[in-house]
Design a protein around this ligand. Sequence first.
Ligand code: ATP
Length: 296
Amino acid sequence: LLQLYAPLNFLGFVYREIKHSLADMEKMFTLMGQNAEVTDIKNAQLLATTSAAIRFDQVDFSYEANRKILHAVSFDIPAGKTVAVVGSSGAGKSTLSRLLYRFYDVSQGSISINGVDLRQLNQVSLRAHIGIVPQDTVLFNDSIYYNIAYGQPGASRDEVIQAAKSAHIYDFILSLPEGFDTLVGERGLKLSGGEKQRVAIARTILKNPPILIFDEATSALDSRTEKAIQAELKEISANRTTLIVAHRLSTVADADEILVMEQGVIIERGRHRDLLDLGAHYAHMWQLQQGDEENK
Ligand code: ATP
């Protein structure tokens, strides 16, 4: 009986793992409000690079027929550089990150990495190269250790600890009643917005991807946490090709290029200083936010 038990136990483990990863996928797609709508071409290429140059070339996109969301959007993110997108709600900012992750394929134009069109690439290998720090991180009903280690299945305990330290969440974890074994998620300890983002940052540090997408939370964190998260973001985005969807202009001031979007069109672009000098849309947004800061 014992001989039978071991393989059954193993099967149970495999089953749980599969169920878990399906649940994760579902969760992720629900989170992003999407379905997996793209299919790989036959003999799709495997992406394998540590240095990724991204190009959006005349990209048009519609979720539904008759309603175009992006109009001829073109920009480059050279390998290791950071591009930030700002603009009013509904302008199409997050859509850019969904297209880069290939939740959808573009309607016209192309997105490429190191000159290869995303549609030529194997989706799984593409996504393995991208770390996402989303607006609202979904935590699994599991230990905080699992929630970080999930970034890189097979990571050693030391690596997980190191990632937690780099994401500045290690001391917080040690202060919890059961440390890394503390259960979080809906049925466990509820974490604050900032703590959840740090878990996502730790996951990403562990995954160590060449491409990073940071979708800044719309809901404001307290200003100390916000500054700390921005500093951590700066650290992990160094040397990674980074797309930031920003809601606060203080996050974008250091970007190599800032894109200002309105209704699916890039209406201004440049560095922070240049856009302030231009004295148009961005400069106006900046003035408004400075006013908000002072009123805080
Ligand atoms: P915010 O700053 O509010 O996050 P955003 O600039 O990131 O806004 P997107 O999320 O890119 O805006 O949305 C752009 C437009 O696309 C919006 O008008 C939105 O209603 C629409 N949209 C987004 N997701 C879908 C979807 N799954 N199906 C249909 N339309 C969608």
